[in-house]
Design a protein around this ligand. Sequence first.
Ligand code: DAH
Length: 339
Amino acid sequence: MKEALQQIKDTATSQLKEITDLQELDNLRVKFLGKKGELTNILKQMGKLSAEERPAMGQLANQVREFLENEVAAKQELLKKAAMEQKLKLETIDVTMPGTKVEKGHKHPLNIVLDDIKEIFIGMGFEIAEGPEIETDYYNFEALNLPKNHPARDTQDTFYISENMLLRTQTSPVQIRVMENKKPPIRIIAPGRVYRSDAVDATHSPVFHQIEGLVVDKNITMADLKGCLEAVVKKIYGESAVIRFRPHHFPFTEPSAEVDLQCFNCHGEGCRICKGEGWIEILGCGMVHPKVLSNCGINPEEYSGFAFGIGLERLVMGRYSIDDMRMFYENDVRFLSQF
Ligand code: DAH
């Protein structure tokens, strides 16, 4: 038995030396020291010994167990330390390496121009007004003198949330909301997103932006409208910018006009961008219809006003000579980083 114990001690010790990872070490521990291990097997045979032999042999067995347990623990400590060192080595950070640069964003071209326009109008005494993008039929059409079944509604088809709720097709409803809540003198612009059932092409998008304008006071005339818009266009495009007023019809203004900017690309010659016209329509305008004033509780005998609706995208395209509106919405950094 003594030899058997010595044998276990020697084999375990020499096998222990070969071990390189924690799993192997555990296997070895089970093999020699576990409940069904070799040492336990030996101890089970103690019963066969004489009463005199037993204490000495028990003592020896315990010594062997203690020795092996210590060896295993020491080896475990060693392997853990080595594993940690290996891990640290793999995770070393070279603090002298260049870092990843965080690119700073900037304003979108639509917002660059919108902010300029706001600045211009604020300088002329206007305030900024806002209205909801989900509008009621009343504000988007009815109050603007576009009753149900009015043919002009056809050109402004949109997404209807319900019979009476829709995505606004224009920023003009903000005029009504402002006039309902504020007595003249009124001088506001209302920039915002609008929606139409339009197919996407170089100059159309189902979602785009308008800037509404409204001035209501005593003795406001068409001359004020022309003077105001000319001053604004020249501030945006420079003194050499050419615009023209063309008679038009809007149900909420009377008289009405459309304003065209001479094509920035061909200077009036006609090209793809202006569809051969030489001019690009940038806004609609007119004198606020008396019915619209009365709809909002303003006496048209006492007050008059002018209004306009600018298409922001077209304005920005003109300013930067961009020939495709889709560029604004595609988020291509090669395009955006140029501004
Ligand atoms: N809301 C019109 C449109 O989307 C544009 C417009 C025209 C606005 C004349 C006005 C206006 O305020 O007076 O086509």
